[in-house]
Structure formats: structure tokens, C-alpha cells
Write a new protein. Structure first.
Length: 138
């Protein structure tokens, strides 16, 4: 189970928590094979008006999974940074989880964003960092 801190065992620790949604950002070079590797994570907290993503600064997971020479590292890095930038520039356009789903549905390249999964969030920045370390860190 994902949590942003190990201290989320007691009920009072969840007081003040807001609903959030996280999605994995995955590199999938061949949709017909449906093989992918996590390269980042996105966190959306509508009540806190927070949306952001963290992506890996390197491509070692991709290289390890798919092999060296099977992808263009410059293009992949640019695609990861483009998702981060788009979320920051358009952050005011995201008000509901449906807005996030629409954004996800309009992506059309080798980077996939999984459907949003709900979670409780106390501190969005800390939660995003924890999700990234747990699910997509190199």
C-alpha cells in the first residue's frame, strides 16, 4: 500500500488529508506487445488545486528493460519533460478527475499515462516525491 509517510497508521494522522489521484507514466515502445516500464508518476489533488509530475532524469530503467539501442534517449527525455511542462502550464485546466482522464486520453506517443488511482494525500509535494521513489525511481 502506498503512503506518503510511514506514520499513516492512526486515524488522526489522516485528518486533514485530501483525496488525490496518481497515475504512472510509462514508456511503451510497442503497443501491440503492451510491455512498458515506469518512467514517472503524476499526482492530481483537485481540492488542493495541485497537479504535477516527476519523471526520471535518466533512462536506465528503459535501457535495462528494453536493451541499449532500442530507443532514442534524446526523444524520450524530451517527451518526459514535455508532459511535466504541459501539466505546469495548463494546471488551471484541471479541476476534476474527468479533466485528467481527458488529458490522458489525448496522449498519443510512446509515453502512456495509466488511469488515475485514488489515494489520501496530506502534503501533495511530499506524496509526489514518495510515489516517484517507490514506483519510478532509477
Amino acid at each position: 500500500m502506498l503512503s506518503e509517510t510511514p506514520a499513516l497508521n492512526e486515524k488522526e494522522d489522516l485528518m486533514g488529508a485530501t483525496r488525490g489521484y496518481y497515475s504512472l507514466i510509462q514508456y511503451c515502445p510497442d503497443l501491440s506487445k503492451a510491455e512498458s516500464v515506469n518512467v514517472g508518476v503524476l499526482l492530481f489533488c483537485p481540492e488542493a488545486k495541485f497537479i504535477d509530475a516527476r519523471t526520471s532524469s535518466e533512462n536506465s530503467r528503459v535501457r535495462k528493460f528494453f536493451g541499449p539501442g532500442t530507443f532514442d534517449p534524446v526523444r524520450l527525455q524530451a517527451a518526459k519533460k514535455a508532459i511535466e511542462a504541459r501539466l505546469r502550464v495548463c494546471r488551471d485546466d484541471f479541476r476534476t478527475v474527468e479533466d485528467l482522464n481527458h488529458f490522458i486520453d489525448t496522449r498519443a506517443n510512446e509515453l502512456l499515462i495509466t488511469p488515475p488511482r485514488p489515494m489520501k494525500v496530506l502534503n501533495p509535494e511530499a506524496a509526489l516525491d514518495a510515489l516517484f521513489k517507490e514506483l519510478a525511481c532509477e
